[in-house]
Design a protein around this ligand. Structure first.
Ligand code: NAD
Length: 353
């Protein structure tokens, strides 16, 4: 019998394709706004300024101070800029760090958001906001956090460096991996995730050969949309918890940490729910954890937490922090099991399952 499910619906409007950045003004008008604050990281300031120029008097200004993990002190300055410029909407042009700043402004001011993602991290389709204050990262979920419009312009991803292309894709695959066993999964999300696995598996090797392959960039960004939608609709488990602990408490870089953990968390849970993870094994090779490890290695991804500067002596503390709050996972675990998993990810060994 068909499994019972709830499909919450997708409320974000999505505009996808090459050259779609040109439609930003039209989307702004469609939302009923006429003064947008354009956000970016310092790295992507030029792109943000070019977009503001293109928008003309519909752009109220540029705030190019977005930083990873959404520090509250940056948000406070950005909210001030939003108010000082009389803005009525934010446009976030960049990866998860910039999308996070847009969300943080929106949740404080009620502003509408247009997100224009340029990585595969997948924050844009979610109602999740992680923020850091005094070295601690907290996460919340609220309807006001979810962007109203997402514009996926394939051309903006042509400049994504190869290293980040690969780790960001693995970051996106992690959303799908956990969606396949999420207790609140639904057939729409499962279908999107299956399609995303095929698209990434096809696109990433081509991008490793030629990062400017526009066709492969399109497939990868499409897959990123599918995975972001999954992240925004269903619950995540052990993998995301461990990535959050290593990013929040040990300041490890977001995409690389996800990429390194993924084969190990997949292997750990595949031992309990191999059937649910068969879409991964079917695409990347069986068993699922080893298949992803082989794919990551062939794509040139970093393989060892040790290479991100994490000391072996830190692993027991990381395992203890990961045990602090209870959360659902398809395979039960204790602190010793987490430590063993982290040791494998630290050393970069190929998982057996
Ligand atoms: P990022 O946004 O920090 O980007 C990394 C660097 O790459 C930045 O300097 C950025 O300017 C640059 N960059 C981005 N796209 C580029 C492009 N196309 N060309 C050239 N340079 C480019 O990294 P990320 O991995 O996208 O995002 C990580 C952050 O997003 C973390 O803080 C994470 O917690 C958050 N995140 C949140 C959610 C959520 O749902 N709340 C989901 C995923 C990620």
């Amino acid at each position: 019998m068909t499994r019972a499910f709830t499909f919450p619906g997708i409320t974000t409007r999505v505009v996808f394709g090459a050259g779609t950045l040109a439609r930003t003004g039209e989307e702004l008008a469609r939302l009923g706004h006429s003064r947008a604050l354009v956000l970016s990281t310092p790295n992507q300031r030029q792109d943000a300024q070019a977009l503001a120029e293109r928008l003309g008097d519909k752009a109220a200004g540029v705030f190019a101070g977005a930083r990873m993990h959404t520090p509250v002190e940056v948000t406070e300055k950005a909210v001030q800029a939003f108010l000082d410029t009389g803005s009525d909407c934010v446009i976030s042009l960049g990866g998860g760090s910039t999308t996070g700043l847009g969300k943080a402004i929106a949740v404080r001011t009620g502003a509408d958001q247009i997100a224009i993602p340029t990585t595969y991290a997948g924050s844009e389709m979610t109602d999740i906001l992680g923020e850091t204050a005094s070295g601690e990262k907290t996460t919340r979920r609220e309807a006001a956090i979810r962007p109203e419009v997402v514009i996926y312009d394939v051309d903006l991803t042509l400049s994504l460096p190869l290293g980040l292309t690969v780790t960001s894709a693995l970051n996106a695959i992690a959303h799908a991996m956990e969606a396949f066993y999420a207790p609140d999964r639904n057939p729409v999300i499962e279908a999107m995730c299956r399609d995303a696995m095929r698209a990434f598996q096809s696109a990433i090797p081509r991008l490793v050969q030629d990062p400017a392959d526009r066709e492969a960039r399109g497939e990868a960004l499409y897959a990123a949309w599918c995975c972001s939608t999954a992240l925004g609709q269903v619950s995540m488990a052990l993998h995301h918890k461990l990535a959050h602990v290593l990013g929040g408490s040990f300041d490890l870089p977001h995409a690389e940490t996800h990429a390194i953990l993924l084969p190990h968390t997949t292997a750990f849970n595949a031992a309990a729910v191999p059937d649910l993870l068969s879409p991964i094994a079917g695409v990347f090779g069986a068993p699922a954890g080893a298949g992803l490890w082989d794919f990551a290695k062939a794509s040139g991804a970093p393989m060892r937490l040790a290479d991100l500067g994490l000391a072996k002596a830190d692993l027991p503390r990381a395992a203890a922090i990961a045990m602090k709050n209870k959360y659902w996972n398809p395979r039960p675990f204790d602190e010793a099991a987490i430590l063993t998993l982290l040791q494998a990810a630290w050393a970069g060994t190929r998982p057996a399952s």
